[in-house]
Design a protein around this ligand. Structure first.
Ligand code: IPE
Ligand code: IPE
Ligand code: MG
Length: 237
């Protein structure tokens, strides 16, 4: 249930919120549990927050689930995360009934074939949804994304003088989506970790020590309230 039945008057909801879902490992460690238990708890939080965002009428939510750098982790941890992704995808029917449109961003090529098939099914199955546009970043890296966009531009033979910022934006995984207005990172880290580096050029940032599995709609509401006190100038006065 939304914490507010209707948006408080004059409150501005960002069009696009992006979240770095961080702190699962530390959450588990605090409880003397394996890191995998933190990822299980984090996956639950993700579903809860995505549903909440849909309920309050947010148009775009983009979450960082696995980075191009996360392959450095122990093999069993990576496998555990991929299995959670499988479970989520098999369960995706639930989301479809909630009018959430799902899209995956990142380099999906190295993922297992069955995961790629499930992703396609999930995206196709929810393509007519008109509620929240939920993007899940898997094997996503901002530098990798920009590098691939440059390759596309070269392969298309676009003359150098004709390349604009839009030429690049259109060729990112997020092509056609508005840039994020608001980036949320829990877990006490103050960095982007290669997330949406081009798209976040003018985003507002919100950091918190809360670990992702403990993140609730209340934290999100607090973040949105803080967002409403930001003065976005975009270089103007
Ligand atoms: C985020 O939590 C999940 C992924 C990066 C896949 P972490 O696993 O990074 O948790 P911490 O940062 O070690 O606590
Ligand atoms: C960022 O978290 C990636 C995701 C949340 C998926 P990390 O835990 O990988 O980031 P660093 O290593 O602390 O920068
Ligand atoms: Mg982390």
């Amino acid at each position: 249930m939304p914490l507010f039945k209707k948006q408080p008057q004059n409150r501005i909801l960002p069009t696009h919120i992006a979240i770095i879902m961080d702190g699962n490992g530390r959450w588990a460690k605090k409880r003397s549990m394996p890191r995998s238990a933190g990822h299980v708890a984090g996956a639950k939080t993700f579903k809860n927050i995505a549903r909440y965002c849909n309920k309050i009428g947010l148009k775009y939510l983009t979450v960082y689930a696995f980075s191009t750098e996360n392959w450095k982790r122990p093999k069993d941890e990576v496998e555990g995360i991929m299995n959670l992704l499988r479970d989520y995808l098999k369960d995706a029917e639930n989301f479809k009934n909630e009018n959430i449109k799902v899209k995956f961003i990142g380099d999906l090529e190295p993922l297992a074939d069955d995961i790629k098939e499930l992703i396609k099914k999930d995206e196709d199955g929810s393509k007519d949804a008109t509620g929240l546009n939920l993007s899940i970043a898997i094997n996503y890296g901002g530098k990798d994304e920009i590098t691939k966009a440059v390759r596309k531009i070269v392969n298309e033979g676009i003359p150098a003088a004709e390349i604009t910022e839009q030429t690049i934006s259109d060729r990112l995984y997020t092509g056609g989506m508005p840039d994020p207005d608001f980036i949320i990172r829990p877990s006490g880290e103050y960095r982007l970790s290669n997330y949406l580096i081009w798209q976040s050029a003018y985003a507002e940032y919100w950091f918190s020590d809360v670990l992702w599995p403990d993140f609730t709609p209340k934290h999100l509401e607090k973040a949105i309230d803080d967002y409403n006190h930001r003065n976005r100038r975009f270089g103007g006065v």
